[in-house]
Design a protein around this ligand. Structure first.
Ligand code: UGA
Length: 424
C-alpha cells in the first residue's frame, strides 16, 4: 500500500517509522528544511527511545522517502496521514488553521480513491469540516479519523504493541483499507463514525488527567491526616475495577497533550452548551498541585527563599523524554526563582535556558540548600547519595515524584520530604 505522512513531528515520525516497519512504503512530507536535512541524515530532532534506530533502518531499506513538497509526497498515495500541529488558540481551542490550509492545498493532488486519515488531535466535528473543504474543491477523496494514543518515552512500543486502533469512518470500505494497513499489529480495531473517534481521543486523555489529579488529591489528604499514600494506593489499586495504573503522586500533569486536550474538551463541551464542572476542577486542581509543592519548599525556609540555592534534578515533563512543554519541573523551578531562589538544574535529556545548567547531577547539588527531584528519571536512583550530602550546603531532599528510597536518603545523612507520606 502506498502511504504518505504529512508532518514529520513527533506523531508523524512514529507513524512513518512504524508503518515502514510493518513493510509499507512511506513518503513523508515535511516543510521545515532544517528538519528535513536532519532526517535525511537519519537523525531525529526529538529524543524518543528506539525511534532513531527504527527510522534509520527504514531509510536504509528505502521504505521511507522524504519530500519538501507535499504535492510530490501525496502523488499516487492510497492513504495520507495528516500529522500536523493543532496548537491551542487563545481560548484553549485547538487551532485548525495549519490542518485546514494543508487539506485545501493538497486537494487538487489527491487521487479520487485516496483516504485522508487525520492523526492530529482535533475537535469533534473536524472530519466533517475537512469533508466540506474537499467538497468545495471538488475532491472526492475520503476523510477518516484515526487518533493516536502514543505516550512520549514509549511511543515506538505504543505503536508496535498498540492495544487498540480507532478508525472513525463514514464508509466501511475506507475502514477496511486502514484495517489492512495495520494488519501486522495485534491491536483490537474499533471502527466508529468519525465524531465518536474524535471524542474517544479526548475522553481517554481527559480521563487519565482526571484520574491522576484525583489520586494527587488523595496523596495531599494522606499528608494532612498522617496516612501513607503508597499503602493507600496499593490497596486501592488491587481492586480490579480500579487497577494500579496512573496513580503515581507527583507535581501534576504536564506535557503537550493533557493540558491542551483537557482545555480543548472543555471548549468542545462549552460549544454545545454542556457544562463540565468536573473537568474545570481537574484543570484548576492540577495547577494547585504545583503551587502546593512551591509552598511546601518555601515553608522549609520560613517563606523566604532569598539567597537560597535549589538544585533541581529533572526538567522534562516526565521521564523518558526531552520535552519540557508545560513541564511541572520547569514551572516549579521558575516559581521558586521568582521567590528569590537560585536554581541550578540537571536533566539527562532536557535543557532549559533560564536556569543555571549543571554539568551533571552532582555538580547541580554543589552548595545547594535543597535538592528537588522534579522528574522521575530512574538514573537518579543510581546517584551516590553520600556524595550528594557531602556536596550540599543544606541537608534537605524534596522528592516531588516519590522516587527515592527514604531510608537510603536518611542513611546518607539527609532529610527526606515527599508527597503523601508524612512519616516516610
Ligand atoms: C498522553 C497519553 O498517555 C497518550 O495516550 C496520548 O496519546 C498522548 O498523551 C497524546 O495525546 O498525544 P504523554 O503526554 O506523552 O501521553 O504522557 P503520559 O505518560 O500520559 O503522562 C502525562 C502526564 O501525566 C505527565 O506529566 C506525567 O508525569 C503525568 N502522570 C502520569 C502522573 O503525574 N502520574 C501518573 O501516574 C501518570
Amino acid at each position: 500500500m502506498k502511504v504518505t505522512v504529512i508532518g514529520a513531528g513527533y506523531v508523524g515520525l512514529v507513524q512513518s517509522a512504524g508503518l515502514a516497519h510493518l513493510g509499507h512504503t512511506v513518503r513523508v512530507g515535511e516543510s521545515n528544511p532544517e528538519r528535513l536535512s536532519l532526517l535525511r541524515a537519519a537523525k531525529l530532532p526529538i529524543y524518543e527511545p528506539g525511534l532513531e534506530e527504527l527510522f534509520a533502518r527504514a531509510l536504509a531499506h528505502d521504505l521511507i522517502s522524504l519530500h519538501a513538497d507535499n504535492h510530490e509526497a501525496v502523488r499516487g498515495a492510497d492513504v495520507i496521514f495528516l500529522a500536523l500541529p493543532t496548537p491551542p488558540d487563545g481560548d484553549g481551542r485547538a487551532d485548525l488553521s495549519i490542518l485546514e490550509a494543508a487539506v485545501r492545498d493538497l486537494a487538487p493532488s489527491l487521487e479520487s480513491s485516496a483516504i485522508l486519515a487525520v492523526k492530529s488531535t482535533v475537535p469533534v466535528g473536524t472530519n466533517a469540516l475537512l469533508r466540506r473543504i474537499l467538497d468545495e474543491t471538488g475532491c472526492s477523496a475520503s476523510v477518516v479519523s484515526n487518533p493516536e494514543f502514543l505516550s512520549e518515552g514509549s511511543a515506538v512500543e505504543d505503536f508496535l504493541k498498540a492495544e487498540r486502533i480507532v478508525i472513525g469512518a463514514d464508509l466501511a470500505a475506507d475502514a477496511d483499507v486502514l484495517r489492512r494497513l495495520y494488519g501486522g499489529l495485534a491491536a483490537t480495531i474499533v471502527v466508529t463514525d468519525p465524531v465518536s473517534a474524535e471524542l474517544t481521543k479526548y475522553a481517554a486523555n481527559a480521563y487519565l488527567a482526571t484520574r491522576l489529579t484525583f489520586f494527587n488529591a488523595v496523596s495531599n489528604l494522606a499528608e494532612e491526616v498522617g496516612a501513607d499514600v503508597t499503602d493507600v494506593l496499593r490497596a486501592v489499586g488491587l481492586d480490579r475495577r480500579i487497577g494500579p495504573h496512573f496513580m503515581r503522586p507527583g507535581p501534576g500533569y504536564g506535557g503537550s497533550c493533557f493540558p491542551k486536550d483537557t482545555s480543548a474538551l472543555l471548549s468542545i463541551a462549552g460549544d454545545v452548551g454542556y457544562s463540565f464542572p468536573l473537568l474545570e476542577s481537574v484543570i484548576s486542581t492540577n495547577d494547585l498541585q504545583r503551587d502546593r509543592i512551591v509552598e511546601r519548599i518555601s515553608s522549609e525556609f520560613d517563606g523566604d527563599l532569598t539567597g537560597v540555592k535549589i538544585a533541581v534534578w529533572g526538567l522534562a515533563f516526565k521521564a523518558g523524554t526531552d520535552d519540557i512543554r508545560d513541564s511541572p519541573a520547569v514551572a516549579i523551578g521558575q516559581a521558586l526563582a521568582r521567590r528569590g531562589a537560585t536554581v541550578e538544574a540537571w536533566d539527562p535529556e532536557a535543557l532549559f535556558a533560564d536556569f543555571i545548567a549543571a554539568e551533571g547531577p552532582l555538580e547541580a547539588v554543589d552548595d545547594a540548600d535543597l535538592l528537588l527531584v522534579a522528574t522521575e528519571w530512574p538514573e537518579f536512583l543510581r546517584i551516590d547519595l553520600a556524595e550528594v550530602a557531602k556536596r550540599m550546603a543544606g541537608d534537605m531532599v524534596f522528592d516531588a515524584r516519590n522516587l527515592l528510597d527514604p531510608d537510603a536518603v536518611r542513611t546518607a545523612g539527609l532529610l527526606y520530604r515527599c508527597l503523601g507520606r508524612p512519616k516516610a
